[in-house]
Design a protein around this ligand. Structure first.
Ligand code: XIL
Length: 382
């Protein structure tokens, strides 16, 4: 009896000691370096676009970063029309890679985004041709019918395939005219075959078809450079027009392919203020900050860029410092608008993965190490 008591006491004491030790370890910042998803857990999920090497598990270092830092994923390429539906006909779909992407997200309990259903880019040319290879025409009613029918089949097959698993879809990507001139009265991108053949109808119908296929999915309109005044006004016109017709557009995706000097904090702040008045959640969908010289997309002369980069008497020694500064500014503005912003997604994990790797535009370098920009972003959350 006595032995049993002593044994129990010893077990209880060592249990308490290990619990205390556990607490001590848990409180040590060094043992738990900050992560993006934790830092912003009270604000918005933090997503990342992932590639095939990552969702198949080949890039083990990438996977470690994705699962520790992020809680949402977007498919960088694998669900674009050319990948998921390369050929016409019912056998023209290839869901194998997309299925692995979605399973990866489920395995890691992440918010899973689908990108993108209808876009002028990365879409096979057969989509805009008849069976003899003739270009479909916007003035031919049968051609318009054919294209609408194809679009419906594509959207309903793809959205239906992932129904209930992909929670957010980019339904229409980059449909707005991106001219910077406020005198340019074309609302839509005139060079897009969708616009040439179907005009505004393709946008209306794309959202309707997607909503029919999965009534619970959040349906996004996604575009770039919508911070700029002329394109921003076109976005407002488009969304207001869709809303007046009860088209199920449910969120606005702002790609936010930034550079070191664009968008300036005031531009981003004004943009978010104005766009949030539309009453839809805003998602930052493809965030990166291009650090290369050629990537400073400003139309102004160098002298102007230098003036802006040094504004406030703060010269920056290196590109990485400028990058950190721009990321810090962006996240401060996102946090200011946290009521409207419901997701912030980076377009890639490391600089090496990035579609514009020359510009070293992300928070992690090619060796999967956090850069000064990572620390700066974490700092804004604290
Ligand atoms: C890019 C991918 O990152 C590249 O790998 C691919 O070669 C081209 O497309 N806007 C979008 C994204 O909506 O789909 C694009 O992604 C970047 C611009």
């Amino acid at each position: 009896m006595e032995i049993l008591f002593v044994r129990t006491a010893v077990i209880l004491i060592s249990l308490a000691a290990s619990l205390l030790a556990g607490c001590a370890t848990g409180n040590s910042a060094a043992d738990h370096p900050p992560t993006l998803k934790d830092a912003f857990k009270n604000d918005f999920p933090i997503g990342v676009a992932i590639n095939q090497n990552q969702f198949t598990g080949l890039d083990t270092n990438g996977v470690a970063l994705i699962t520790s830092q992020f809680n949402a994923i977007s498919p960088e390429n694998v669900l674009k029309w050319e990948k998921v539906h390369p050929h016409p006909g019912t056998n023209g779909y290839d869901f194998a890679p997309g299925d692995v992407y979605v399973a990866f997200g489920e395995q890691h309990h992440m918010l899973i985004v689908g990108h993108t259903l209808v876009w002028h880019s990365q879409t096979p040319s057969w989509v805009f041709q008849d069976e003899s290879g003739r270009r479909l025409s916007g003035t031919n009613a049968a051609d318009r019918e054919l294209l609408l029918h194809r679009m419906r089949d594509h959207i309903q097959t793809v959205v239906g395939h992932y129904k209930g698993r992909i929670k957010i879809w980019d339904v229409v990507n980059e449909a707005l005219n991106d001219s910077r001139s406020e005198n340019d009265t074309n609302l839509l991108r005139q060079t897009s075959p969708w616009v040439r053949i179907l005009g505004m109808d393709f946008i209306v119908k794309a959202f309707e078809y997607a909503h029919e296929a999965d009534p619970d999915a959040i349906l996004r309109y996604n575009d770039y450079s919508i911070e700029n005044p002329a394109k921003r006004q076109r976005l407002i016109k488009l969304i207001t027009c869709l809303q007046s017709q009860h088209v199920p557009v449910m969120a606005i995706g702002s790609q936010t392919h930034a550079n070191l000097i664009w968008p300036e904090p005031d531009l981003e702040d004004d943009f978010l203020t104005e766009i949030s008045r539309l009453g839809l959640p805003i998602h930052i969908t493809e965030l990166d900050v291009n650090g290369s010289q050629a990537g400073q997309r400003s139309q102004d002369a160098d002298i102007m860029q230098n003036a802006q980069a040094n504004a406030g008497g703060q010269p920056f020694a290196t590109v990485q410092e400028k990058l950190a500064h721009q990321y810090g500014d962006l996240f401060k503005t996102f946090l200011k608008h946290r009521d409207a912003i419901k997701l912030v997604t980076f377009w890639g994990v490391t600089d090496t993965d990035s579609w514009r790797s020359n510009g070293q535009p992300l928070l992690f370098d090619g060796n999967w190490r956090p850069k000064p920009a990572f620390d700066e972003v974490i700092k804004t959350a604290e």
